[in-house]
Design a protein around this ligand. Structure first.
Ligand SMILES: [Zn+2]
Length: 132
């Protein structure tokens, strides 16, 4: 519980209290005024960066799963996109988690680099087999 000083009697009062218990001075308007506007849009949070990292890593994990490995392109692309969103937020000071965003970006790009040539290669294999 955070404590504040009553502007009227200078006693320590809880920030969540509607008024000073010592002198009855109302505290809610003052605390609402001192609340940063950024709190409404979200305090520096790493949720986007975390989502990016999870997508990037799950994309790499999916790569080693037979039959559905090619689906890894979805979390790979998501990881790269979310990393870009996270970098934008971080540069504006709206988010943290640069390390996680970098992990998501690197894993996502790595997954795309592995998956796309494999898909193209398989596409050629299948089209060759069909024409024979
Ligand atoms: Zn007071």
């Amino acid at each position: 519980m955070a404590l504040a000083r009553c502007p009227e009697c200078d006693n320590a009062v809880s920030r969540s209290a509607p008024g000073c218990p010592h002198c009855g001075h109302p505290l809610t308007p003052a605390t609402a005024e001192s609340t940063p506007l950024d709190l409404a849009t979200g305090t520096p949070s790493s949720s986007v960066a975390l989502a990016s990292m999870i997508c990037g890593i799950s994309g790499l994990v999916l790569l080693i799963v037979p039959c559905i490995w090619w689906l890894s392109i979805v979390p790979d692309v998501l990881g790269v996109v979310l990393a870009c969103v996270a970098f934008g937020k971080i540069s504006r000071g709206q988010a943290s988690g640069r390390g996680m965003a970098i992990t998501g970006l690197v894993c996502g790009i790595l997954g795309i680099i592995i998956t796309v040539p494999l898909l193209i290669f398989l596409q050629y294999m299948f089209s060759d087999a069909a024409s024979d």
